[in-house]
Design a protein. Sequence first.
Length: 440
Amino acid sequence: MENHERLGLKIQANEVKVGVIGLGYVGLPLARAFAEQGIAVMGFDVDETKVARLQRGESYIGHIPAAVVNRMRAQGFEATTDFTRLDEPDVVIICVPTPLTDAREPDLSYVVNSARAIAERLRPGQLIVLESTTYPGTTREVVLPILAAGGLRAGLDFYVAFSPEREDPGNPDFSAPTIPKVVGGLDAASLELASALYGKIVVRVVPASTLEVAEACKILENTYRAVNIALVNELKMLYDRMGVDVWEVIEAAKSKPFGFQAFYPGPGLGGHCIPIDPFYLTWVARKHGMATRFIELAGEINTQMPAYVVGKVADALNDVAKPLRGSKVVILGMAYKKDVDDPRESPGFALMDLLLKKGAIVEYNDPHIAVLPAMRHYPHFQLSSRELTPEYLQSSDCVLIATDHSAYDWKAIAEHALLIVDTRNALKNLTDAKARIVRA
């Protein structure tokens, strides 16, 4: 019996063991999806603290409660930092970060290190799947040579696929099992095995003809969002000068039942995907002798939004006869999006950095982030969330709404704050606020 036939029978019978490298906002929900279908799962991570918490039945991701982790543990889930055990699972799925370097070039070090760890323990009959978002060609040109260096033959001894993650943290309507899964394989056997595996946990598998199509699919999805967000951000700045409410314009445009999808402006882009992934495409485009001007322009617009917001804060303070330097500014929301505890690439950090550089006294509140984690570009922000008491709000010169969490009592905030700069249209329904409200 061929290797792929043996693995296929294991998958069909739910006797396959799955290993997930990277237990963050993508890897842990994926491990959960497998565990809930009765499939044995091992989680691998270099973070000893994360692994220890999972082994104790604790969670570090807001939308995955401890009760879920305990159910996973009862179903056989195990987390480990021991990468020498990578020969134990039949399938290894790589869910590690793919950040940018300071020069805005792809940093594939986490992917490369994961591939090397797998290669050291690679055995016949294993399927290796990359889920980390990256540019077309990564799986074939970067991961595959590392895996094949030991002499095992891809497509015969082991199998390779790419399936882009489509997690949307905090979205109650969609989770890993309810989102269709795009899958591309190195060859027909790899595609068949990966499709069968994901078919166990997702509502629908969408086969792609090549690895590169699957990789390009994810880049397209995120670039589409980045470009459209840049468009409304630019329109926000223009309409602000014209005295036109961009939020009302978008709501009016939404009434068209075809040809329009609403995107909303904000203080900048956040999350691991949209601020980063388009730059992977611009980088690989340069390798092919082409400049992706449209995408790069969108990136420029989105990255300038924190500076635009800080300018609006300075203007708002100036209008009440206060300088930005020495003023106390409280940022509401340091997570990158509403109702999550994920601070990755959050514009809140850029806002805080710019305000501090201009001499403001900056504090924050976020009901989902009690203490700011050490971020790659802002390791020095060692602050704790402040309680939004009436007295605290009254003592602030300006409240800056960066993330519109549902937990916020906007009426109470507008009752006690003196000045509010709203980047999310969070106060749109307030008609009798005592605070001076400025939209940004």
